[in-house]
Design a protein around this ligand. Structure first.
Ligand code: NCD
Length: 301
């Protein structure tokens, strides 16, 4: 992590060595969480989620609390954002309380970098628009390494709404940095032009492209980001029939991941979510040691 910036805004803030160090520390933390209990004693972390979240918000807050920090949660609903306060003024206001870090989720691309620039506070990006979700990428790498014993050389097919997915962007960058192969698989309307060249990965508009993958990583259709563009997906039923991941589409040994929230019966079948192939709840649980490790990187002396 870039020590001078003191923020964690994008997976590209990290080198491959940084990633391995964060994952290794997360493994040590998971084995003995108590040994890190006082790392952030006396520190104040503000958890500012201006877009809906369950697992990311909760796991960031548990992670900071496990390290001994005091955590205050701010949500868009009920805050002065609803009265028209800008992100800049929100950050300046929060800075006056002298927190040690701000965890920020926001609907706009680049919001985390903007918040860091106008407040001088360390900002951890918990998802900004369709841009980045770096800690999700790290917990996904951790989960893959835990399940397969390695990341280098692993084949990952990321399937679904790539167009609107910050998860797909940061995860593809993270995976390729540590030697995994990525294929982005989506209907043409949900696959940005030239993304394969930009991210150094394969792309396909044929669902059969998942056949080579060790991990099939499914994504939710992010309807809330479609804006005026209706018709990107014909209908939920047709999407499920053509792109939904089901047991019958998988070969033996393939594992399934999803960042959540899952829309069962749309991008993935009801049964597959709960099947032994699914790493989904492991991803959720791994959010805690991985985010503890990120806080240590950013805030411990
Ligand atoms: C994702 C997000 O918010 O980017 N979920 C998550 O953080 N675990 C993906 C989504 O909303 O579909």
């Amino acid at each position: 992590m870039d020590a001078t910036a003191r923020s964690f805004l994008s997976i590209t803030d990290l080198s491959a060595d940084d990633i391995v160090r964060i994952l290794d520390r997360a493994e040590t933390i998971a084995a003995d969480p108590c040994s890190y209990a006082g790392t952030l004693a006396g520190r104040l972390v503000l958890s500012v989620f201006l877009e809906p979240s369950t697992r990311t918000a909760v796991s960031f807050e548990i992670a900071a609390g496990n390290l001994g920090a005091r955590v205050i949660s701010i949500r868009g609903s009920g805050s002065s954002i609803e009265k028209g306060e800008s992100l800049k003024d929100t950050m300046l206001t929060l800075s006056a309380y002298q927190p040690d870090a701000v965890v920020l989720r926001h609907k706009e691309n680049g919001a985390a970098a903007f918040a860091a620039s106008c407040s001088k506070l360390p900002v951890l990006n918990a998802g900004d628009g369709t841009h980045q979700h770096p800690t999700q990428a790290l917990l996904d790498l951790y989960t893959i390494r835990q399940a397969l014993g390695r990341i280098d050389g692993v084949q990952v097919a990321i399937v679904g709404d790539i167009l609107h997915s910050r998860v797909a962007r940061s995860l593809t960058q993270a995976l390729t940095m540590v030697g995994a192969h990525v294929c982005l698989v989506a209907p043409p309307t949900l696959l940005p032009a030239r993304i394969g060249d930009a991210f150094g990965c394969d792309v396909s508009t044929d669902i059969a492209a998942i056949r080579d993958a060790d991990i099939v990583y499914t994504l939710r259709i992010q309807n809330e980001r479609f804006g005026p563009y209706t018709g990107l997906v014909p209908s939920v039923a047709e999407y499920h029939a053509r792109w939904g991941i089901s047991e019958t589409r998988l070969r033996p040994g393939q594992l399934v991941m999803h960042p959540g929230p899952v829309n069962r019966g749309v991008e993935i079948t009801e049964e597959l979510v709960d099947s032994p192939r699914s790493l989904i709840l492991r991803q959720v649980a791994n959010g805690i040691p991985v985010r503890m490790s990120c806080f240590c990187d950013l805030l411990s002396d």
